[in-house]
Design a protein around this ligand. Structure first.
Ligand code: ADE
Length: 240
């Protein structure tokens, strides 16, 4: 996969040169490239933003630097061009899974009140947001999305290790423990020491339901609950 970032702050992407993202680049799983769109302003003052037509607060990102920078990028037949903005569709694990299948992504990261609408209309295939809050720019959102996407590319991390992720299954993760079995009187649940895999699996499944019920009940609306899941949840509700 290749990812290009259109940004005024290329150094911000240095955080991707560590840990698993660094290894993924070294292994050739992903190639990351920043493009400073100020270099494509097409005017002698290198101006990338301007006042909004019709008046109003703040500056608007001009179309030329973004269109010119996009023209300079080698594109695949199916490049996804993703605009970072708080009005975008929420970025979820499902969106990450879909983007992890692509050959080429371009993230457009603005730092202004807004983007000229022609960028949205004629260049962009997706608008994405990482949450209902406003950042000073799209870079941190693009970095967050990159991390979530690249770890899903086969060979990035051990493949099985994300099958159980919170959100991949539709439920939050079960509690995990490691040695020692008794740490200063704080004990690991007996079932995990029992060696009975059937019991362990069913305990883990109940813990996922319980966590999801307590922390993210909204997720249960989309989860295919079995009859015994429903009975367990009824029992949790009664205890509450
Ligand atoms: N740019 C500013 N805020 C943002 C957000 N919440 N998500 C994505 N891009 C943004």
């Amino acid at each position: 996969m290749k990812i290009d970032y259109l940004t005024l702050f290329p150094e911000m992407f240095d955080v991707l040169n560590h840990s698993i993202m660094k290894r993924a680049q070294e292994k050739g799983i992903v190639e990351l490239n920043t493009v400073n769109f100020r270099d494509y302003s097409g005017n002698k003052h290198n101006q990338v933003d301007d006042y909004p037509y019709g008046g109003g607060q703040g500056m608007v990102l001009k179309p030329e630097p973004i269109f010119n920078a996009m023209n300079a990028i080698d594109k695949a037949s199916k490049t996804r061009v993703i605009l970072m903005c708080p009005q975008g569709k929420p970025f979820t694990q499902q969106v990450a899974e879909s983007l992890a299948q692509e050959e080429h992504l371009v993230f457009i990261c603005g730092h202004y009140e807004g983007y000229d609408e022609r960028i949205r209309e004629h260049l962009v295939t997706d608008e994405l947001s990482i949450g209902d809050y406003v950042l000073t720019g799209g870079e941190l959102a693009a970095i967050t999305m990159t991390d979530a996407i690249v770890r899903l590319i086969p060979e990035s991390i051990k493949e099985e290790s994300h099958l159980d992720d919170s959100f991949s299954t539709g439920l939050l993760e079960y509690p995990q423990y490691t040695r020692p079995a008794d740490y200063n009187g704080m004990k690991v649940p007996d079932v995990l020491l029992s060696g009975n895999h059937k019991h362990i699996e069913s305990w883990r499944h109940e813990m996922r339901l319980k966590r999801t019920f307590e922390r993210r009940p909204d997720l249960l609306e989309h989860y295919p609950l079995t009859q015994s899941d429903k009975e367990y949840l009824e029992h949790l509700k009664r205890d509450k």
